[in-house]
Design a protein around this ligand. Structure first.
Ligand code: GUN
Length: 341
């Protein structure tokens, strides 16, 4: 039944009405409402998901098992074990959770994990010295300095002190420049994971209209560069964008990366569009507890979109999987070895 409703969303309002009355009768038909803005008309049923859910948890589990298989081959054929060093400065609770999760998934994939936990008072000089040491350590192929850093440390200086070939975050200016110019470099993990899911779901993206809501260096800007590389027509929207809902309604692909809970509503989405929700926001529930939500209002958007990533279980799990992917790639590149097939 859902499938047929989905198909009829794209025909005119009159046909939708006839279809619904024919199948459900007058009394039970109007459990939703006919939305006539934006055009074309579409059928909106609150609480009912009509879109394909893009399952990032399953996708990332697949990717991680592929990475583990390739690492086993690398060990067997070249006696090479990729190594990832993660540096955490301070005790930010969210960062501690991420770092623990990265360490666990790194070892599960068969890589060496090196964790460096430094106090919040660590001087910039000491941090730079540790990075120097990791840069010249042949067992370390990827270095990630967890952000944000304490205020007394210059984030940009630290990011650019990591050797470009070990910068598995893809934040070093050399990698940013490569991505911007379409050269081969290291791509930031969250945009890379989002792009993998988009291509898996849509295939060729060429000619599609894409909007990236958010202009951060970590997600918004690299995501826009990746979409451009795939020959999309790309809009980058931000806090000063005029009539953001209207801009979103034009897009075949919506990437929400603003960090504002449930900001993108269902009536901002073109029927059938693909929605990638990068946001992870913890909000309070009525009963005093908390829950995670994205930057997209899932309930309304999933009634309109063709496909959508959930939160949690969408983009989030892909980020660490792509970190492992980047580390494997760099371990091979640094050692002049082809990545195993
Ligand atoms: N903090 C939040 N996300 C990230 C990330 O992708 N990389 C690093 N280094 N720090 C982060």
């Amino acid at each position: 039944m859902d499938l047929r409703l989905k198909e009829c969303r794209f025909i005119d309002a009159f046909s939708v009405r006839i279809f619904v009355i024919y199948h459900f009768g007058h009394r039970s038909a109007w459990v939703g409402r006919l939305n006539t803005t934006p055009k074309p008309f579409y059928w909106e049923r609150p609480g009912k998901t009509l879109s394909t859910i893009i399952d990032g948890k399953a996708f990332s589990a697949n990717l991680r098992s592929e990475i583990a298989r390739k690492i086993a081959l690398l060990k067997q054929n070249h006696s090479l074990t990729p190594g990832l060093a993660v540096v955490l400065v301070g005790e930010d609770p969210a960062s501690q959770v991420y770092v623990r999760s990265k360490g666990k998934q790194t070892t599960e994939a068969g890589m060496n994990s090196y964790e460096h936990k430094l106090s919040a008072e660590t001087s910039q000089e000491d941090l730079l010295q540790l990075i120097d040491q990791l840069n010249s350590d042949p067992d370390v192929h990827g270095i990630l300095v967890q952000l944000p850093l304490p205020e007394h440390i210059d984030e940009s200086l630290v990011i650019n002190s990591v050797a470009a070939e070990k910068d598995v975050d893809g934040f070093h200016l050399s990698n940013v420049g490569k991505l911007a110019t379409g050269a081969e470099g290291i791509v930031p993990c969250t945009p890379l994971g989002s792009m993998m899911m988009l291509k898996h779901h849509l295939g060729d993206l060429s000619g599609k209209k894409a909007i990236v809501v958010g202009r951060s260096n970590i997600v918004g800007k690299p995501m826009a560069a990746l979409l451009l590389k795939e020959s999309c027509t790309v809009t980058i929207a931000h806090s000063r964008t005029r009539d953001l809902p209207a801009e979103c309604r034009e897009a075949d692909i919506v990437i929400a990366a603003v960090g504002r809970p449930e900001m993108v509503k269902g009536d901002w989405i073109k029927p059938g569009a693909t929605v990638i929700d990068v946001g992870i926001n913890r909000i309070e529930k009525d009963d005093g507890g908390t829950r995670l939500v994205g930057d997209v209002e899932f309930e309304t958007a999933s009634a309109v979109a063709g496909a959508i990533t959930p939160v949690p279980g969408g983009v989030g799990p892909m980020t660490i999987a792509c970190l492992l992917h980047n580390t494997l790639q760099q371990a091979c590149r640094i050692n002049g070895i082809e990545v195993p097939e």
